[in-house]
Design a protein around this ligand. Structure first.
Ligand code: SF4
Length: 77
């Protein structure tokens, strides 16, 4: 069985509620709203932990982020 990186393992247990065209999905800064979560507002895909650090910024699903100066590619493999 292939070994997973820590990020790959988290992807198997922390399943996002939504999908969209945001570049954020491939960024290490995004903490997505998790599947079946009832707490967060319905109009966000998750939170950015980078651009307003140490605060989180709500990433709205209707305002699709296509480019971002703080984008950091998630590591693979
Ligand atoms: S740093 Fe930019 S690309 Fe990454 S999650 Fe935040 S807003 Fe999205």
């Amino acid at each position: 069985m292939a070994e997973l990186t820590p990020e790959e393992f988290l992807d198997t247990v922390l399943v996002p509620e939504k999908s969209s065209d945001h570049i954020c999905w491939n960024c290490r800064g995004l903490k997505p709203v998790l599947k079946d979560s009832k707490f967060p507002p319905a109009d966000i895909i998750g939170w950015c932990t980078k651009i307003h650090w140490p605060h989180y910024w709500c990433v709205a699903d209707f305002n699709v982020v296509k480019k971002c100066y703080a984008f950091e590619q998630r590591k693979k493999g």
